[in-house]
Design a protein around this ligand. Structure first.
Ligand SMILES: C[S@@+](CC[C@H](N)C(=O)[O-])C[C@H]1O[C@@H](n2cnc3c(N)ncnc32)[C@H](O)[C@@H]1O
Length: 296
């Protein structure tokens, strides 16, 4: 009634003050707002063991990417995330991608579909739309043997009416999948099996990670994120993509910056963000490949 009277007088309802997250202290910077509520509730992740949920938070960084942080001090060997996949497939090439990943994604329930749609897409060229007439005709280059198709690249034909959609789905898949096992014989699949995990998809790579991923090789393929060091509250939880994931190429060292143009990003892990002055000047002259720890 009071609200209606106020509205009739043209008075505005006071806006509710956002309740700060008690585990994170005062929010100092608007870019440092804890988005756990959004990530958790839109959609709610029913595949995560809720008993572990208080141990981590998903937050947004200045570059609008997400990260996972410790919500409390976590000693080495703590289990932080226990999660089953949104879906799993053995798709590792275009054929598998078209038949398996598309089918899985199209059949997802609404909350899972939303979770998948919110996942980061590869910014590098791990997938490419191509046309017969494009200036760089990949088909021609391959036919002339002047171009060897790198194994980690996937190409979606622009002539396919669903090419735009497929390209996005594929970029999300290659960016976020974890290898469950090399050989999933227990479910009759004699090839590598990959899983898409919602909360774990927010884990960033570091050359000096503080966590590792363990995946149970039997259904339902539960994955566990485990600390490999003592971790302080608010510290970012990171893994090494080189061991645990098949993600976009990550390069380390000063020359990582040079890869930005090519791959869309350079490594932002704390090891790579050492001050430029720490590198010898003549490092510039080195062959580019020497600065690459791993490219996938
Ligand atoms: C699995 S997602 C990790 C979570 C991601 N930050 C997000 O917002 O959802 C992988 C993507 O995160 C980014 N990323 C993760 N670790 C990175 C790193 N060390 N340096 C640069 N980009 C990184 C890259 O864009 C990569 O393709």
């Amino acid at each position: 009634m009071a609200r209606l009277e106020k509205e009739a007088k043209g008075e505005e309802e006071p806006k509710p003050i956002p309740r700060p997250d008690p585990t994170l202290g005062e929010v100092m910077d608007p870019r440092d707002i804890d988005l756990t509520a959004y990530v958790d509730n839109l959609p709610f992740n029913i595949r995560v063991d809720q008993r572990y949920r208080i141990r981590y938070r998903i937050k947004m960084m200045e570059n609008n990417q997400y990260k996972v942080v410790a919500a409390m001090d976590l000693p080495v060997n703590s289990v932080i995330i226990a999660e089953t996949p949104i879906f799993y497939t053995s798709a590792n090439d275009m054929e598998g991608f078209s038949s398996q990943v598309m089918a899985r994604v199209l059949m997802l329930s609404p909350p899972d579909d939303e979770a998948y749609n919110r996942m980061r897409e590869a910014q590098d060229f791990s997938t490419r739309l191509f046309t017969r007439n494009s200036r760089l005709s990949i088909n021609k280059l391959i036919a002339n043997k002047s171009f060897k198709l790198p194994e980690h690249l996937h190409y979606v034909s622009a002539e396919d009416p669903l090419s735009g959609f497929k390209n996005v789905v594929l970029r999300q898949y290659v960016t976020n999948r974890f290898k469950i096992s090399d050989d999933a014989e227990c479910i009759g699949i004699r090839e590598p099996l990959y899983g898409i995990y919602q909360d774990a998809s927010r884990l960033n790579h570091s050359a000096d990670p503080n966590c590792m991923v363990e995946i149970n090789e039997a259904p339902p393929f539960k994955m566990f994120l485990i600390t490999t060091k003592d971790v302080k509250r608010d510290e970012e939880l990171t893994i090494s993509y080189h061991n645990d994931m098949h993600c976009g190429p990550i390069r380390h060292g000063e020359k990582a910056a040079k890869c930005t143009k090519l791959f869309g990003y350079s490594c932002f892990c704390k090891v790579c963000k050492v001050p430029k002055s720490d590198f010898p000047e003549d490092d510039e002259e080195e062959d580019d490949d020497e600065s690459i720890c791993a490219v996938m």
